[in-house]
Design a protein around this ligand. Sequence first.
Ligand code: GLC
Ligand code: CA
Length: 543
Amino acid sequence: MTRHPWWYDAVVYQVYVRSFADGLPTGDGNGDGIGDLPGITSRLPYLRDLGVDALWITPFYTSPQKDHGYDVADYSDVDPLFGALADLDELLETAHRLGLRVIVDLVPNHTSDQHAWFRAALAAGPGSPERARYLFRSGRGKDGVQPPNNWDSIFGGPAWTRVPDGEWYLHLFDASQPDLDWRNPEVGDMFEGVLRFWLDRGVDGFRVDVAHGLYKDAALRDQVRPRKPKKAAESMVERVLHDEPMWDQPEVHEVYRRWRKVLDSYPGERMAVAEAWTQTAASMAMFIRPDELHQAFNFGWLGTPWSAEAFADVITDSIAAVAAAASAPTWVLSNHDVERHPTRYGGGPVGLARGRAATLTMLALPGSAYLYQGEELGLEQVDVPPEARQDPSWFRTGKPGRDGCRVPLPWSGTVPPYGFGGPAGSQPWIPQPDDWANLTVESQLADPDSTLAFYRRALAARRAVFAGADDETVASAEDDLLVVRRAGVRIVLNAGTYPAPLPEGEVLISSGPLPGGVLPPDTAVWLGITASGQERSAPSTSL
Ligand code: GLC
Ligand code: CA
């Protein structure tokens, strides 16, 4: 058994700060219906009892909140909406006392248009050193009325906005999020300072937003638009890679080499995890080479359809890709940017059963797992009414966007705000559905069959069965069954539509009932085996 750093096999719980818990009192003594740092601190014992190792907190820095904190106006301060630096210190201190690590979000690709640098850039005008921190360019066509190139914003519409003096600036996201020019050395120096600021305050690591962005093709050349593959069959065997001059440029890796040196210069195994939506597992693995970042989110797992074969392939490929980089895999099913996974898996009882089965499988895999707040309650995507939608992409495209996975958590009681905080009878910043009474933490703690009770059992079982396990992991599809072997345990997930005979071995934990010795569809189980065919004994903690 090798001793790995804490993050290597940690379970990390993502806290979406606006929607976790509202604890900061306003004038009338109540919260304002928006989650904040004191709210998180008050609920840390809940996370310890859930059994996670760490939390990742989404951005709480000074921000006009156009993209809910991913538009940072001051990287080294807390937005008054969420508290003050002293609240962060208290959060860190309490978390560490409870044995929880804390990862904070770093947003290096773009600033807010309210950042001092961007305001100075607008004031200073074309050709100034202030503009050279961003990507200002002249337009094309007569009088430069066309954007400098053909790139689209991720949130819809062109990636360029024109300012009154006629220049355009690049924003791969909202117009309120101008992209920095990382070819300007001032930018790298500023972010090294930001890293050190939070490391000095005691954070355990960073989640790096849009880690594959930062550098763009030096000439900002047009994107060659993706061509549709000629035949469906061709696209099945050969993944068509898109031309992406705005993403994943080779120069970006120098940034992470520099950051790794900074992280390594601090005691206590500080780490960073990349949000890098790269096109292949191999390009993802480049971000986690030994002298770069420690981990990258494995979005391949999140995007896998409900199929034993697809699950087996992604497990095998993910493990191989990170082994080449000498890191550990990560697994993630949900986050604040995607539809909640029970809904992706069909919703209702089937979606929930599948969600639990996928979670139990994920928690048996090597490396670390990232959970998104509310998945332990089995929350589904909410159909947020149009007048309540807040995602900038909704305003740019008219499509529902990401608000439906960001609805504030239900903690207790039978009506909104379900103990989230704020005045009694009020709705938080995104309204909660009126049928969540049975989904609150309070009601689920009272029910041993609840999804919350299942998550607590599963996390305890993971610790008891797999802590420090270093054995090889072998995944295969046997018809509709996904079978994974690891550390004397066989993990079986039935992705088909018929019950399957339950394979031999002692049942350590299952994601749902196992009536009459069968493994029902949409159910996963951990079975104790050993190489000699003998059963592995059940862990001593009660599952
Ligand atoms: C990342 C974040 C997302 C944000 C975007 C722009 O993808 O996860 O929420 O909108 O970056 O910062
Ligand atoms: Ca608040």
